[in-house]
Design a protein around this ligand. Structure first.
Ligand SMILES: [Ca+2]
Length: 500
């Protein structure tokens, strides 16, 4: 009997080996989604007509080895609502009719991370979560552990100090979490927080992404990393000396409670004024961007060294257009962050997937951040139920050349406080009603109007020539389409508390 058990044990150990060998099921690709913050359309050297002082060689390799979208959009001209659109694949206005500055995470929307985790992925959110506030509880649906992530390292607000990352500074600071942006202290780390004395967020987030990729690559488990750097968002002046030195810049002082509240410190240095002039602001921005580019390069290199680069889908995107008040440049587009002109909503977008996406493609069809959810789900071998009513479409058939179907005729919508816009084909109707507030009042370039302006983006991407008087029938068609879209907004949020 003893020998019989031994024989069974031997057979048992052989059978799985034979069973495993002939499998031909394709392995799921890893997915790394890198989101830059406030990086302008013209501030990435992969983009045509980029600003002359821009050099982003590492980011550019994603486009060179994959596809570059020259008409890549986000669904909002500011951070939080744009990110709700990204992670749900739906216009954020579906959940809240007045989504603008604010944000909401509906309970019933399935997020990118939830889809991918269900498909067998290890998931991690790193960096800026951004629901516009320092979350009161880690049990909140908006906290990444509660919407699809196995692990999280980052922060919840619009901005966080790049260097001051300890409980000690948080406890000493005067109002360390005041308002939606000013935030200082330790980073969120899974169910708790973690101190990083002498740390720098861009380094920390990069290392975390590489470590998570390595751990899962060794276990041969597909992974999804949402790597949301706070570069190049305020405080854009906060970069290590090695990035400031080439521009002859000095580091700004670190926060000290003797300066007042953390919000006082944040406002003192985050825009052109007493401490930073316009020329230096651009230089601080360029230094901050040089850091982002170098760290993106470190992630790409690490994936290569791990041997997983060929089986990894990488997407690079910015969450909104250039923040001109922080040194950003929307060249050659009109407007900036906070506007529904192209400068606020068109962003650098590139996709790389070796062997699956032809290299060196430039795609002019409009794409939007809402497309990422269905793109990732399709790449992972999943499917989205029709009742989920995703607004985005998978970009894979287009970038893989398996479909000739063009995206050029699609209709896209934007709404931001009193501004709105709609694009259908090459036509764009935009209402550039001047937003109020000291940070945004001067950001709309050219005349503003409560009346819709019509532009042909193919001939006039910089939105200079209003054709509304020449094509009243197009104005009416687009006006009707926009109003029809807006009339259904908020329906997905019905019955749910508006949480901000
Ligand atoms: Ca942003």
């Amino acid at each position: 009997m003893k020998y019989l058990f031994a024989l069974i044990a031997v057979i048992g150990s052989i059978v799985p080996a034979f069973a495993a060998a002939p499998t031909t099921a394709p392995s799921k690709p890893n997915i790394v989604f890198i989101l830059a913050d406030d990086l302008g359309y013209g501030d990435c050297s992969a983009m045509p007509h980029h600003a002359e002082d821009i050099h982003t060689p590492n980011i550019d390799t994603i486009a060179a080895k994959g596809a570059l979208f020259t008409n890549g959009y986000v669904s909002a001209p500011v951070c939080s609502p744009s990110r709700t659109g990204i992670i749900t694949g739906r216009y954020q206005e579906r959940f809240n009719k007045e989504a603008g500055w604010r944000n909401a995470m509906p309970q019933r929307a399935t997020t990118i991370a939830e889809h991918l985790r269900d498909l067998g992925y290890a998931t991690m959110m790193i960096g800026k979560n951004d629901f516009g506030l320092h979350l009161p509880s880690k049990e909140d649906r908006r906290y990444p552990l509660n919407h699809g992530y196995d692990h999280v390292l980052g922060f919840d607000t619009h901005a966080h100090d790049y260097f001051e990352l300890t409980l000690e500074i948080e406890s000493k600071a005067i109002r360390p979490h005041e308002g939606p942006s000013a935030n200082v202290g330790p980073l969120d780390f899974d169910k708790g927080t973690k101190d990083f004395p002498n740390g720098y967020t861009t380094d920390i987030f990069t290392s975390a992404a590489i470590d998570f990729a390595k751990t899962n690559a060794e276990q041969k488990k597909p992974f999804f990393i949402y790597l949301a750097y706070n570069n190049v968002h305020d405080l854009v002046e906060q970069s290590p000396a090695k990035y400031l030195d080439p521009y002859g810049l000095k580091p700004i002082p670190l926060y000290d409670p003797s300066m007042g509240s953390y919000l006082d410190y944040y406002h003192r240095y985050n825009s052109i004024g007493e401490y930073v002039n316009e020329s230096d602001m651009r230089k601080y921005y360029l230094a901050n961007l040089a850091s982002l580019d170098e760290h993106v390069g470190q992630v790409l290199d690490a994936l290569e060294k791990m041997g997983v680069s060929d089986n990894t889908l990488i997407v690079f995107l910015s969450d909104n257009g250039a923040a001109v008040n922080s040194g950003g440049n929307a060249t050659p587009l009109r407007g900036s962050k906070y506007t529904t002109f192209e400068g606020g909503i068109r962003a650098p977008l590139m996709v790389k997937w070796p062997g699956k996406i032809k290299t060196g493609q430039t795609i002019e069809d409009p794409a939007i951040s809402l497309d990422l959810l269905p793109t990732f789900v399709e790449a992972a071998g999943g499917a989205i139920k029709p009742e989920e009513q995703i607004d985005g479409v998978s970009l894979l058939p287009r970038v893989q050349g398996v479909s000739d179907e063009s995206l050029s005729g699609r209709t896209l919508y934007w709404k931001f406080i009193k501004q709105w816009a709609i694009r259908r084909g090459d036509w764009k109707l935009v209402v550039a009603n001047q937003p109020k507030g000291k940070h945004v009042a001067w950001l709309i370039t050219g005349p503003t109007s409560k009346e819709p302006q019509l532009f042909n983006l193919k001939e006039d991407p910089a939105e200079q020539k209003d054709l509304s008087k020449d094509h009243p029938e197009v104005v009416k068609e687009l006006m009707d389409a926009y109003q029809s879209w807006d009339s259904h907004n908020g329906e997905w949020g019905a019955g749910e508390p508006a949480k901000y």
